[in-house]
Design a protein around this ligand. Structure first.
Ligand SMILES: CC(C)(COP(=O)(O)OP(=O)(O)OC[C@H]1O[C@@H](n2cnc3c(N)ncnc32)[C@H](O)[C@@H]1OP(=O)(O)O)[C@@H](O)C(=O)NCCC(=O)NCCS
Length: 157
């Protein structure tokens, strides 16, 4: 089995849309226009297993409702169910963190302890909550806002 991570490019629009649909069960969706923009600015990665796309991450400058500032943000990260707990999520997360020489933010569903564990183990800390941020079929859900503060040391490792 060979695993590799590649930066997204303009040819990855359909792959990203497809992975997002499957992983998030059509619940947290992005428009094709937005995904095109993300692919053109190349702020994301796809992980491949034996040349098959298994997961993705993408980032953008985004207005965070808690701190009311536009900040580097991990917008979406996901791994297909059959490839989870193999370290792909961590690899994608680390690739995303390295895109920015700044503090990096993300929002995570309150009821997603697995993802929260992953983020905490990579140095993210919770700084607050946005009520009813996610409008899901199962009902509204709060989001925790997490940040990984940029450390100069990181650049030296
Ligand atoms: C969250 C997600 C991206 C993690 O991907 P992954 O490839 O399984 O993650 P990894 O294998 O790199 O896991 C790294 C660590 O995260 C934690 N973790 C990941 N999934 C977990 C789970 N379901 N339960 C508990 N801990 C979990 C563990 O500490 C794990 O380390 P370990 O396997 O050595 O115990 C994946 O579960 C996923 O796509 N979920 C659906 C989409 C989603 O919720 N995305 C996040 C939205 S904010």
């Amino acid at each position: 089995m060979s695993m590799y991570v590649a930066k997204i490019n303009k040819d990855d629009v359909d792959t990203l849309l497809n992975l997002n649909d499957i992983i998030f069960n059509d619940q947290i969706k992005y428009s094709k226009e937005y995904i095109k923009k993300i692919c053109e600015q190349r702020t994301g990665f796809i992980v491949y297993l034996d040349n098959v796309p298994a997961g993705y991450v993408f980032c953008d400058y985004h207005n965070n409702e808690l701190i009311k500032k536009i900040v580097p943000t991990i917008m979406s990260i996901g791994v297909l169910e059959e490839y989870r707990r193999l370290g792909f999520g961590r690899t994608l997360l680390r690739s995303a963190i390295e895109l920015f020489s700044e503090d990096i933010y993300l929002n995570v569903r309150e009821k997603n302890p697995g993802a929260q564990d992953l983020y905490t183990s990579e140095g993210f800390v919770m700084i607050g909550k946005i009520n009813k941020y996610y409008k899901l079929a199962s009902g509204d859900e709060d989001a925790y806002v997490m940040v990984k503060f940029y450390e100069i040391d990181q650049a030296l490792v």
